[in-house]
Write a protein that binds this ligand. Structure first.
Ligand code: ADE
Ligand code: ZN
Length: 345
């Protein structure tokens, strides 16, 4: 029997070739990088401010942190540094494949050259993958929900333009309680017509109807978070029957207060997380970090947390396999990743 926190378990998990498919590149921005970027741009920032901003307790504080941290990313070189840090960290953890979400909506809002930022960071990841010091990667362009449908359409257009350069999907993040999903129908139709895969952050702080709309109106192929599904057995049945994955990010759900919201509690902890219930229900679930630097986590810690929730090591092998099965990979590449995985017991 493997103990969740034992060195043996940790080593086995580290060695397992893993996929990370819900990861915001900007969410990997570490405090020390903030400090060096602040110095580069002569912005007065001290460690107290950084640490206090990096201690989020609810979704509003998280969005504030995200806005503040990304304000230091101003030119392609900054994104390249970020990519170096992220590629090294992913490699160190045994992640061989990652789908990286970029907040293209934020870049556009700041009138940045999205293609130049993207090219700089993508080149870093490609060099790292080629030299065996980083994972293979593909990219997701995320629009920001509270910015509304017109900026989202701009993001969909950028994503379509860069489809042959490694962008495989269009997604929507930000505040679920801001603008209804129906308003993004045109942006999602455009993305689908241009061969992009479709993702939506839904049922994180919003209710199960957000997940339903993401599937029925926007035809989302995977749901970011989706923990509100715990409030609807009918929806859990649909997710299981239609094999629509939920990208589960347990630590994120604590740091944004999303778990408390869904459980209608002020004091929930990971022992009440619905991940084991979803798994037992036959819903495809994957494990991810979301914004690891901001939530002080790593993928290995998320796997350990899942063991502590009562899932077995064999269950984790299934979860990791699920991430590869539902990744936006073409079949020869998918099969070659799957062939590296240990058999599910
Ligand atoms: N963007 C980055 N992280 C996010 C999250 N957890 N929810 C919504 N949008 C995000
Ligand atoms: Zn996310």
């Amino acid at each position: 029997m493997l103990v969740a926190s034992s060195p043996e378990t940790k080593l086995l998990l580290r060695k397992l070739p893993k996929a990370e498919i819900h990861l915001h590149l900007e969410g990997t921005l570490l405090p020390h990088r903030i400090m060096s970027l602040a110095q580069k741009y002569s912005v007065p920032v001290d460690w107290n401010e950084i640490h206090s901003r990096y201690s989020t307790r609810n979704f509003t504080q998280f969005l504030e942190l995200y806005k503040w941290a990304t304000s230091f990313l101003r030119e392609p070189e900054d994104y390249a540094f970020l990519a170096e840090d992220a590629a090294a960290a992913l490699h160190e953890e045994g992640i061989v494949y990652a789908e990286l979400t970029l907040s293209a909506g934020v870049m556009l809002l700041r009138k940045q050259n999205v293609t130049a930022n993207f090219t700089a960071l993508r080149d870093v990841f490609h060099h790292r993958a080629q030299s065996g010091t980083g994972p293979q990667v593909q990219f997701i362009f995320d629009a920001v929900r509270q910015f509304g449908p017109a900026p989202a359409m701009e993001v969909a257009r950028m994503a379509a333009d860069l489809r042959n350069a490694g962008v495989v999907a269009f997604g929507l993040g930000g505040d679920e309680l801001s603008v209804p999903l129906s308003e993004f129908h045109s942006a999602y139709s455009y993305a689908a017509e241009h061969g992009l895969h479709l993702l939506v952050h839904a049922g994180e702080t919003g209710g199960p109807e957000q997940i339903k709309d993401a599937i029925d109106i926007l035809h989302a192929e995977r749901i970011g978070h989706g923990i509100a599904a715990l409030r609807s057995t009918a929806l859990m049945n649909t997710l299981a029957e239609r094999k629509i994955p939920l990208e589960i990010c347990p630590t994120s759900n604590l740091r944004t207060n999303a778990l408390n919201i869904q459980l209608n509690s002020a004091t929930s902890d990971l022992s009440q997380h619905p991940l084991p219930r979803f798994f037992a229900h036959g819903i495809p679930v994957t494990l991810s970090t979301d914004d690891p630097a901001m939530f002080h986590t790593t993928l290995l810690e998320e796997y350990s947390a899942a063991l502590q929730m009562g899932l077995s090591f064999a269950n984790l092998l299934v979860i990791n396999r699920t991430a590869f099965e539902h990744a936006f990979l073409l079949d020869p590449a998918r099969q070659s990743f799957l062939a590296q995985l240990p058999p599910v017991l």
